[in-house]
Unconditional design. Structure first.
Length: 153
């Protein structure tokens, strides 16, 4: 199974902490999302399932793909690694799953899957971490397939 973690692109700073879910992308964020979406559309299989947080900035980032996506409450800014993995059906999904979400949850998920440690790894705004699960000798292994940031595309 492929699990692709995509952090939302650059968004406006929170002027009202109570309205975090309403923060939109900046103009730079729109450009980042479009650039990464174009790269992802060249790489992702047609049957990839796309999940996004209910936050406006993740919805806008996911919309740049011009593919259908599902909003998953488990991916909200206060979500957990366990919630993300459950929503993605890790590691049993038959199709690749792209998750558009937030920090620190994405970095914590990558650390958990790659290092089995609860570490707060940094995932840059707009960046993609592509993880791949495979079975070797009856054991599940997770491989880092790619890391891409908007500045590198």
């Amino acid at each position: 199974m492929d699990l692709i973690l995509w952090r939302h692109a650059e968004a406006l700073d929170a002027s009202d902490p109570g309205d975090d879910l309403a923060r939109p992308l900046t103009a730079k964020g729109d450009r980042q999302a479009a650039r990464v979406a174009a790269w992802l559309n060249r790489q992702l299989p047609a049957g990839t399932r796309v999940l996004a947080s209910p936050a406006r900035r993740t919805q806008q980032t996911a919309a740049a793909l011009d593919r259908k996506f599902k909003t998953a409450a488990e991916l909200a800014p206060d979500g957990t690694v366990e919630g993300l993995l459950h929503a993605a059906r890790w590691p049993d999904a038959r199709e690749p799953v792209l998750v558009v979400g937030h920090q620190p949850m994405l970095g914590l998920t990558a650390a958990y899957l790659l290092a089995a440690e609860p570490q707060a790894w940094a995932v840059r705004k707009g960046a993609v971490w592509w993880l791949r699960a495979r079975e070797r000798d009856g054991e599940l292994q997770v491989v880092l397939h790619a890391v891409v940031s908007p500045e590198l595309i």
